[in-house]
Design a protein around this ligand. Structure first.
Ligand code: ADP
Length: 196
């Protein structure tokens, strides 16, 4: 099964995705983590992506689509994956649909985390102080929120139009409480039998 975890920067996708992926017994596929690993390795791809990521803009669609395409061919993704941070543009959503269609798969459910912009700003600045991520600063977060509104939010409309199930989940509260809300939303699909 393919689950897309959707939400603005700082909405807790990464934290929740790890937990939900283990409930679903599918790999957690996070494009941001994969790109940061490339940056850390100093690969050609990482060198290309680094300044774009630091500014809060998106790396080119073709690059991300290639990364996802090869990741979904790994044996651990034979039963599906939990996608975190992808698709982030309409072009990526179209590419994913085409990729899945070749295997007679589809996006089964989109979990959309809801968090207010002010709470997002607070969380990202706090994480910046703790973890030192290059894009967790006041300037980059404003660009990331803009990028989200302009390029990523329309992806949800794409799935609405395709009548893909969308589970809207309140992303504010204790981490465990949010995980429980997501598990509950997914159990309606028979994907998760019980919350951890
Ligand atoms: P967040 O959701 O908190 O902004 P991510 O770790 O998902 O953090 O992404 C960090 C950065 O990596 C993005 O701002 C963007 O530059 C790049 N990135 C991640 N996923 C994608 C994607 N699917 N398409 C384009 N760029 C991406």
């Amino acid at each position: 099964m393919i689950v897309v975890l959707f939400g603005p920067p700082g909405s807790g996708k990464g934290t929740q995705a790890q937990r939900v992926a283990s409930l679903l017994e599918v790999p957690h596929v996070a494009t941001g983590d994969m790109l940061r690993a490339e940056v850390a390795r100093g690969s050609a791809l990482g060198r290309e992506a680094e300044p774009i990521m630091a500014s809060g803009k998106l790396v080119p669609d073709d690059l991300i689509v290639r990364i996802i395409e090869s990741r979904l061919q790994e044996p651990d993704a034979a039963r599906g994956a939990l996608l975190d941070g992808f698709p982030r543009t309409l072009a990526q959503a179209d590419a994913l649909d085409a990729m899945l269609q070749r295997r007679a798969w589809r996006v089964d459910v989109v979990v959309a985390l809801r968090v207010s912009d002010d709470e997002l700003r607070r969380r990202v600045l706090r994480r910046g102080e703790i973890e030192g991520r290059a894009d967790d600063n006041a300037e980059a977060i404003e660009q990331r929120l803009r990028t989200y509104r302009e390029q990523t939010a329309p992806v949800l409309d794409h799935y609405r139009a395709r009548q893909t199930r969308i589970a809207e989940v309140d992303g504010v509260g204790e981490i465990d409480a949010v995980t429980a809300r997501i598990a509950e939303a997914l159990s309606a699909d028979g994907a998760v039998v019980q919350a951890s």
